[in-house]
Design a protein around this ligand. Sequence first.
Ligand code: FAD
Length: 412
Amino acid sequence: MTKDIVVLGAGMVGVCTALALLQRGHAVVLVDRREPGRETSYGNAGIIQREAVQPYAFPREWAAVLRVVARQGNDVHYHPGALASLLPPLARYWRESAPDRYAGTIAAYSALIRHCLTEHERLIALAGAEDLVRKSGWLQGYRSAAAFDDAARAATEVGQQHGLDYRILDRAGITATDPAWCGPLAGAIHWRDPWTIADPGELVSRYATLYSQAGGIVRRGDAMTLRQAGSGWTVTTDEGPVNAAHAVVTLGPWASALIRPLGYRFPLFVKRGYHRHYAVESMPSLPLLDVENGFLLAPMKRGLRLTTGAEFAHHDAAPTPVQLRNAERHARELVRMGAPVEDTPWLGARPCVADMRPIVGQAPRHPGLWFNFGHGHQGFTLGPVTARLLAELMDGEQPWVDASPYDPVRFG
Ligand SMILES: Cc1cc2nc3c(=O)[nH]c(=O)nc-3n(C[C@H](O)[C@H](O)[C@H](O)COP(=O)(O)OP(=O)(O)OC[C@H]3O[C@@H](n4cnc5c(N)ncnc54)[C@H](O)[C@@H]3O)c2cc1C
């Protein structure tokens, strides 16, 4: 039966959700205050991370925690003033990262990640977006031989357990694989399954065009105007109110602003991240993560995109791009980088959940309200996967992936 559905938020997750519902014959309106794909889904590293079967856990060794607290290392930065409000979700994040609980999360997470390439592949073909895609993986690089040896052992274990395609490359192997990378690298793991996208925001735009061409409606509006109206929902847009029997929240890092007033106090937080593009003489073909210095360099249409690790801060606090400045210095040791393309760095926020699983399913206390957010470090990867999962749930079908690990009821 056709349903009227309004989808709130047009990032990778919202666009894929609107498309999946439309393709099932529903009448869908996608609402955003901006063009589709202009926020977090625009600024990421553009990797469809088939290898990411283990979400980022909170470090459990005290040495690693103290290193972060002392602000040694460039992978994590924090605003001391934000810690008091971040403490409850971070304490839960720490608990959920205990080995027994984390093992359950890996099992659930890997069951979603397994489908990321096939779900994107279908949409990329329909959207005619093959020109944005490179299917040759990415490099996880190490400067010290000891760190590289540990990583090679870990990659072998996870790679064999999850059937991933990877190669362990020494220094010569890196150069043979991508001659653009030079400098002080001891070795790298080459994850060969993942796909990389030359312009992540453009891929979301192409999916949004596919949605519009198939009859989907896009409206500019503020999701915060969402109200219950009779047995359904209404939201105000530039072209008047949109009424629908069902509303889906796909607001990524802004989801908590909408759902908290409705009484949902989920353990959500953001890990902010920066990017900046640089001119290069010779563009690498594969992205490279400098693990020890906490940044990634990805070849993109606009230049070589440098993305940073996690910054724990209030979502709307002023930018403090210290990680980016440190990363730029180290990046120049790895590749001949010219001037930055933009005057100021881009800032975005990964929408994180303390148990490292996205929240996908029906709102526990509001009929007709559905959630699909909290994809953390892998929302660009998982957009089409959780979109399909949510669409199957909304249609009352047995989903093709067990949906229980993502059910909002786990937080009451
Ligand atoms: C530096 C960095 C690198 C990353 N690299 C990768 C990667 O390589 N691979 C990967 O899979 N993931 C990566 N991620 C994570 C990924 O980008 C996110 O998980 C993903 O983009 C989240 O998508 P989303 O659709 O949930 O949120 P968003 O893309 O942020 O979309 C939310 C939408 O809601 C809209 N919105 C907000 N408030 C309102 C309102 N009041 N009214 C109307 N609309 C509103 C916004 O305009 C936006 O369009 C990275 C993230 C960062 C920060």
